[in-house]
Design a protein around this ligand. Structure first.
Ligand SMILES: Nc1ncnc2c1ncn2[C@@H]1O[C@H](COP(=O)(O)OP(=O)(O)OP(=O)(O)O)[C@@H](O)[C@H]1O
Length: 298
């Protein structure tokens, strides 16, 4: 187990980051939970990467402050206690996975044993292959191994599984869960809501540079009561949005998905207006439904 962190690993106070006229972060204040996996969610351009970059000291705040592991973001003694896997991580092509990990391990006081880490990240089969010959998924695993080789207390994973197939994604999910068991606080950004649903203990949702939700995953899901009706219908989105209880309506391929807080009534009205409804299912709302409702402007 790691030496425990005292208090919140990331404390943000009225943090603003502007790029020209764009307010990437708009006076946000929050404290990240200590331990567990926190998913940072938001649509493209919401401000997630800007927030992570400020936490890593890669960007300086325009105003406000951000404290990481009790110190100033970006200071070397803080960096040594943090692991990072960014979206675009370029590594020298000629080194093997084992050589990359050996090199990185020299930066840290108490690194992981290299063979144990190769096994943990399921890299045994290609540990001695040059980086350039690895597949996209294998490269992501090497990048992940580098993020955790120093046994960090806090890890940032920025879209760690983008582009991975479902098997590779599951391998990484298990390794992320192992990190949590060892006491590491994990901050994860992802566009796969299924991933956040599966992994996260806590969820922070950003929109246009602001925090619009910050709660335990179970509470975020519970806040969306009611039902999700999915079907094929000849009624259009505007017509459906006017039915009793309807919160959001979304077309997905041939299907319409309706989030309603009054499932029975909505269903009655739908069937009375269109008796040719087909492929009808009614399910409980998911994190994806909660996310859509939080980020819809309505
Ligand atoms: N270096 C930069 N120069 C100018 N504008 C920037 C810069 N970095 C970010 N922005 C702008 O700040 C806003 C927030 O961007 P950011 O990358 O933080 O969003 P994000 O939530 O990470 O998006 P994505 O999910 O697409 O990665 C966007 O409008 C973006 O165009």
């Amino acid at each position: 187990m790691l030496e425990p962190i005292h208090g919140s690993p990331i404390i943000i106070d009225r943090l603003t980051k502007t790029f020209g006229t764009t307010r990437a972060l708009d006076e946000i204040s929050l404290s990240f939970p200590n331990g567990g996996i926190t998913a940072l969610l938001g649509s493209n351009g919401a401000g997630k990467t800007s927030l992570i970059n400020c936490a890593l000291g890669l960007e300086q705040p325009s105003s406000g402050s951000i404290t990481v592991l009790g110190g100033k973001a970006g200071k070397i003694d803080i960096k040594r206690r943090i692991g990072v896997m960014l979206q675009d991580s370029d590594l020298p092509d000629q080194l093997t996975a084992r050589e990359h990990i050996s090199l990185f391990s020299t930066y840290y006081e108490k690194p992981h044993d290299i063979n144990a880490l190769l096994t943990l990240c399921e890299l045994d089969g290609f540990a001695d292959t040059r980086y350039k010959k690895l597949s996209g998924g294998q490269k992501r695993r090497v990048q992940f191994a580098l993020a955790i080789v120093g046994r960090p207390q806090l890890v940032f994973l920025d879209e760690p599984t983008t582009g991975l197939d479902i098997d590779a994604r599951r391998v990484l999910w298990n390794t992320i869960r192992d990190l949590r068991e060892q006491g590491t606080s994990v901050v994860l950004t992802t566009h796969y809501l299924e991933e956040a649903d599966t992994l996260a203990d806590h969820i922070i949702v950003m929109n246009a540079g602001k925090i619009i939700a910050n709660a335990a995953s179970a509470d975020i899901r519970a806040a969306v009561s009611g039902a999700v009706i999915r079907c094929q219908t000849s009624l259009n989105e505007n017509h459906l949005a006017a039915l009793t209880g309807v919160q959001t309506v979304q077309t997905s391929g041939r299907f319409i998905e309706i989030l309603t807080n009054s499932g029975t009534q909505t269903l009655r009205e739908l069937l009375s207006l269109d008796d040719l409804v087909t492929e009808l299912t009614v399910t409980k709302p998911t994190l994806e439904n909660a996310f859509k409702r939080l980020t819809s402007n309505g």
